[in-house]
Write a protein that binds this ligand. Structure first.
Ligand SMILES: [Zn+2]
Length: 117
């Protein structure tokens, strides 16, 4: 598997973890105190998994992800039917796919990192 493809898979997994952590935190905010202990343990486990995953991602790529995630929530989005799934702008049909171009692509409209599922 090309390295960039591997990196994107890791980023997507990292994003899933981030969304789960966020969701767990939001739930904790509104839940009762006695439930919090248990749920916070769950968050700690998720965060540990996140740290381990982040170590396998190149720092440059990770930085870019963190910046995008701050602005958008979802930083890595799939391309489906030539649409950026982040901003729903149609990408040029000439847009290279990951399979043909071994580099990281971003949406030219919103800047999110793109992948081809
Ligand atoms: Zn976009």
């Amino acid at each position: 598997m090309p390295e960039i493809e591997e990196q994107i898979k890791l980023l997507v997994a990292l994003q899933d973890l981030d969304l789960m952590i966020k969701e767990a935190r939001d739930t904790d905010m509104s839940s009762e105190m006695k439930q919090m202990g248990f749920k916070l343990d769950g968050i700690a486990e998720l965060q540990e998994a996140r740290v381990n995953l982040a170590k396998r991602i190149k720092p440059q790529l990770l930085n870019r992800y963190e910046r995008l995630a701050k602005s958008y929530g979802r930083a890595v989005v799939p391309v489906t039917g030539n649409l950026c799934f982040g901003c729903f702008v149609t990408l040029p049909t000439s847009y290279p796919s990951l399979k043909t171009k071994n580099s990281l692509l971003s949406c030219e409209n919103c800047g999110r990192i793109l992948y081809f599922p």
